[in-house]
Ligand binder design. Sequence first.
Ligand SMILES: [Zn+2]
Length: 311
Amino acid sequence: MPTTSIKRRVFLQGLAATNCLAAFSWPLAGFAAAEMLNVQKLTDRISVITGAGGNVVVYHGNQGLTLVDCGLSEHTTALLKLVDEISSKAPITTLFNTHWHEDHSGGNEAIHKRGTRIIAHENTRLWLGADFDVEWRNWSHKPRPKEALPDQTFYVSGKHDVGGEIVEYLHFPQAHTDGDIALFFPDSNVLVAGGLLANGKYPVSDIATGGWIGGLIPANAAILAKINDNTQIVPDRGPARKKADLKAQHDMLADLFEKMKTRTREGANDHDMLKEKLTADYDARFGNPEEFVMETYRGMWAHTYDMGGYI
Ligand SMILES: [Zn+2]
């Protein structure tokens, strides 16, 4: 478990914001173009805001709003202004963090000050309060102030009344991080995937804070078993996706995991696999594989025990 004294390497996913315009999104008058936030309305109760870092989901409940994630801190002022605008200043009663990464938790302090309760997995709270280095990027994560830390944490999956339906939060250990949750709104048929579904790119597990491909694959499989073809899935960033998109990611991961295990047993390393274009079948859909292959390879070595003591 992380503490404030440990120093660990960590991978942070790229923080460059993606601004995706979807069919149902609209630019908001009165906002500077640089802020680039957009709202996609998924149902009468649920909207997703893109462009603030990671996606932000707003659930319009009977007694107030529930947010899932809150973007990067540099977008918090614009984000809250936008949330107030689309909700007629309804109170934000609850904020869920899907995981600790700053593009999903950057607004915690500011939203907490509004009296909002923050809920997350216990491991997410621990990472938010921890001190560790990002050595290969020459960057350090400093413990976030106590205002950024969740007030309510859990260890296993559960349910929560958001004032309109009962949301299920589903914990998947050791997937994108070790504190990931997805949130399923059954009546709305919307699933918020957090870091468990990347948007048009290879998903990268953060091995330094407990993620790896061997956990991400079953996490994707469990979500696939829960949803149907009409479910709207909110990915890490960008507009909502469908079950077929998650299945494409899952099947790609399962195939490449087997291929990478085979090549590793044959003595190849990550650079060899990139050079021989192991991912060639998928690059057109998922883009540059470099970060994915390197982090996956490191994650496999960190989990030799989970793979039977050998790779
Ligand atoms: Zn993340």
